[in-house]
Design a protein around this ligand. Structure first.
Ligand SMILES: Nc1ncnc2c1ncn2[C@@H]1O[C@H](COP(=O)(O)OP(=O)(O)OP(=O)(O)O)[C@@H](O)[C@H]1O
Ligand SMILES: [Mg+2]
Length: 241
């Protein structure tokens, strides 16, 4: 297993955000983390990336226990993530946003010029080559999300954590992202994505886990999980859902 999580727990004051969670994600898998708002999905990413310490449980990546490692050490082992809210550096060029990422991670570039050359290749991969010289702040939402992916890829990860990569995108843009993520898997990456977009999850994920109040209530193939009685109940029963 690339990622192995056992008995993971995280509490914020009176809220048990993640409850005794087990997860196994294999090499080159595309795994979906589903659940209603506040069910703990982003918290799981924060625990895996090392932004937050776990209260209990173990997180292993390629067999290495991550719990005590700070985020940059986890990045160096091959864990990268994108954020639910896009965080590019608005005044820097698109290229330099990615080049900055190339200076960290598993095998950093040796020079800024080298980092820029590799950034250009990554921009080509994510379909942003024609925006390379523009300030990141001039990109639209779909382009900024692609920039986030390129920045994460710049650390040469083995595992990419994507938090709501399709939020706010139109159907054509979602389709293009789905193609990009399939391509990344072909290149050898493992993806875990948090998503509410059910058609995209069906098109993309090999397996999914469904969280409710921090607890995994179903896991398996997307079709099976999305038709699971408890999942249907949670999705239909939520306010406004
Ligand atoms: N840093 C924090 N401090 C305090 N409470 C937090 C913190 N992060 C998350 N929580 C709480 O933990 C619970 C899980 O939040 P989390 O952001 O993981 O949910 P989510 O499944 O990602 O939701 P959404 O779909 O809305 O993004 C929520 O009740 C949230 O308010
Ligand atoms: Mg979230």
């Amino acid at each position: 297993m690339l990622l192995q999580v056992r008995g993971l727990c995280k509490r914020f004051g009176g809220v048990q955000a993640v409850r005794d969670l087990d997860l196994d994600v294999g090499e080159r898998e595309i795994f979906g983390l589903l659940g209603p708002n506040g069910s703990g999905k982003t918290t799981v990413f924060n625990l895996v990336a090392g932004v937050l310490p776990a209260d209990a449980g173990e997180i292993r990546f390629r067999g290495v226990l991550l719990n005590a490692l700070p985020p940059h050490r986890r990045a160096a082992l091959g864990v990268a993530r994108t954020f639910q809210l896009v965080r590019s550096l608005a005044r820097m060029t698109v290229t330099d946003n990615v080049a900055v990422g190339r200076l960290y991670g598993t095998s950093p570039a040796r020079s800024v010029d080298g980092a820029r050359r590799e950034a250009a290749q990554l921009l080509d991969l994510v379909g942003l080559a024609d925006k390379a010289g523009l300030p990141a702040g001039s990109l639209n939402l779909a382009e900024r999300r692609r920039l986030e992916v390129a920045r994460a890829l710049a650390t040469r990860p083995r595992l990419l954590l994507l938090d709501e990569p399709f939020a706010g995108l139109n159907a054509d843009e979602v389709e293009a992202e789905v193609r990009l993520f399939h391509r990344l898997r072909e290149e050898g990456l493992t993806l875990i994505l948090v998503e509410h977009n059910v058609p995209a999850v069906r098109a993309l994920c090999d397996r999914v886990a469904f969280l409710n109040s921090g607890e995994k209530i179903a896991e398996g193939r997307p079709d099976d999980v999305l038709s699971h009685p408890r999942v249907v109940e949670v999705y239909l029963g939520r306010p406004g859902g």
